[in-house]
Design a binder for this molecule. Structure first.
Ligand code: PCA
Length: 324
């Protein structure tokens, strides 16, 4: 009996050694297609963590909502169903207005302005995530947001009654202000929604327009440059605390590299995406004066609303942003 016990113990040790170095494996759900620069950047981040941790932490990315749909990723990481994930943070502004600081129309409309705004907001965003059991790792902006339609639009009045795909509270609010009919749809379902007429307009970047081959259903892109929303990568707090110091450092160092690499790529691709839209037959242009001023009017209303919602914390962020 005793001998058998030794034998089993020996076998168990042998097996553990064979799977090498007690490596931990983390699944990383992501919402956007594998070929999108956010997803490619996430895969590079995962590779970096594997190398920097000496193989101790193996992160496996699952793009395109394949493991969890976009809207479920944040909750999955909060509850530990997934140890790490990437999500468009402003889609959760209903939980905390600070999560929507990047989607206030016409507040920060260039990559540089977006960086300034994010620096002003970051401590508070980290604290808000921490309250939800999440550790902030990195974020990468999308290119400036414009308006996709299937007819010429000269003013907000031309938008009335249109079925409009929203991806967060801000896009839903614009729909409401313009008398459109908002419908919440993840990017992974966007092509189909456009093809079937469930949606006939949306606000997003050239990136998502190209990913979704929107020229198959739509005709116009107005380069409004309304804001630059961000994808944020976060880790479940318990999972993060479970790492040793070297593992934590690998995640944070690779995150810092990913933030820079991702934004550099976004800047490089912005004009290329618009070119691809035009090459596929879309009319790509800036908004006319009336449309621009109508949208800016919505922006002013929404800035007031956001400040009211976000209270002193929100005001402190906007003041710090404007002072810089
Ligand atoms: N693409 C994402 C969010 C912002 C963007 O440019 C989307 O449309 O879902």
């Amino acid at each position: 009996m005793k001998k058998l016990g030794y034998l089993l113990a020996g076998t168990a040790i042998g097996l553990t050694a064979a799977t090498s170095a007690f490596a931990e494996s983390w699944d990383m759900p992501m919402a956007y297609p594998a070929s999108n620069y956010h997803s490619e950047n996430g895969a590079e981040f995962a590779k970096c963590v594997g190398e920097k941790s000496g193989g101790a932490l193996d992160i496996v990315t699952h793009p395109n909502g394949s493991l969890f749909a976009g809207n479920d990723i944040k909750r999955a990481v909060q509850t530990g169903q997934a140890p790490i994930g990437e999500r468009l943070l402003s889609a959760h502004a209903n939980e905390n207005p600070l999560f929507g600081v990047d989607s206030i129309p016409f507040l920060a409309t260039s990559f540089d302005a977006s960086d300034k705004l994010w620096s002003a907001a970051l401590d508070q965003v980290k604290a808000a995530l921490d309250e939800q059991n999440l550790v902030y790792v990195y974020s990468v902006p999308w290119p400036p947001q414009g308006l996709y339609t299937k007819k010429e639009i000269n003013s907000a009045a031309d938008l009335k009654g249109i079925k409009f795909r929203a991806y967060n509270a801000a896009t839903a609010r614009i729909a409401e202000l313009a008398g459109m009919v908002p419908v919440q749809i993840e990017a992974a379902e966007l092509s189909q929604a456009l093809a079937t007429g469930v949606a006939e307009s949306f606000i997003s970047s050239g990136s998502t327009g190209v990913d979704s081959k929107v020229w198959e259903s739509l005709t116009h892109f107005y380069d409004v440059q309304a804001w630059l929303p961000r994808n944020v990568v976060f880790v479940n707090k318990g999972s993060f605390d479970g790492l040793d110091d070297a593992g934590k450092k690998a995640v944070m160092d690779c995150g810092a590299e990913a933030a820079k690499r991702g934004e550099d790529t976004a800047k490089d691709l912005t004009a290329k995406y618009l070119k691809t839209l035009a090459e596929n037959g879309m009319a790509v242009a800036g908004p006319g004066d009336q449309l621009k001023s109508d949208l800016e009017g919505f922006g002013a209303t929404m800035t007031d609303e956001w400040l009211k919602n976000a209270g002193d914390k929100g005001k402190a962020i906007i003041d710090a942003y404007k002072a810089n």
